[in-house]
Ligand binder design. Sequence first.
Ligand code: SIN
Length: 190
Amino acid sequence: MSHDTIIANQSLHRFDGHDRIWLFGYGSLIWKADFSYIERRAARIHGWSRRFWQGSHDHRGTPESPGRVVTLVAEAGASCAGMAYLITPEVFDHLDHREKNGYLRETLAIEFKAGGHELGLVYIANPANAAFLGDASDADIARHIANAKGPSGLNRDYFRHLADALRELGEHDPHIEHIGQELQKITRVD
Ligand code: SIN
């Protein structure tokens, strides 16, 4: 599958009969809400883990030298905390463009921290997309993040914003914390 998912996403989920939809964000969509929303709530999804396994050709890296950003990986018993936004269907043109580097809209159950749940949409970059990088050691992922940059800025800023946002939400994500520890070692050595 190509890493540009705009056309694929436009043919998914026509939103017939829906004038409002919940969107779940688990990466930059937690801390960079550059779209209008009606309401937002801290939330979680089950059966998925956040992983720095997706290549970024257009935001935190380039096609020649991709950065590393997060996607979700299915994992029984796991859960992933993030932010849910109630949005209108028009917002998806902007989101499809922003998330075009491999992410497809999927429908998942979103559980709100304050209680209750709703079906909503989540952008997931699965291993079939051409920009997928996959697993590596925490130290290798940290080295990669420390060295990458793209049109949206330094890859390490993407990491820092995400780590800060999770801290503010009071959420503990071991994958993010371990990479953060490795990044600190690199910063100390540099
Ligand atoms: C998301 O935040 O939900 C998708 C991944 C990203 O844009 O960082």
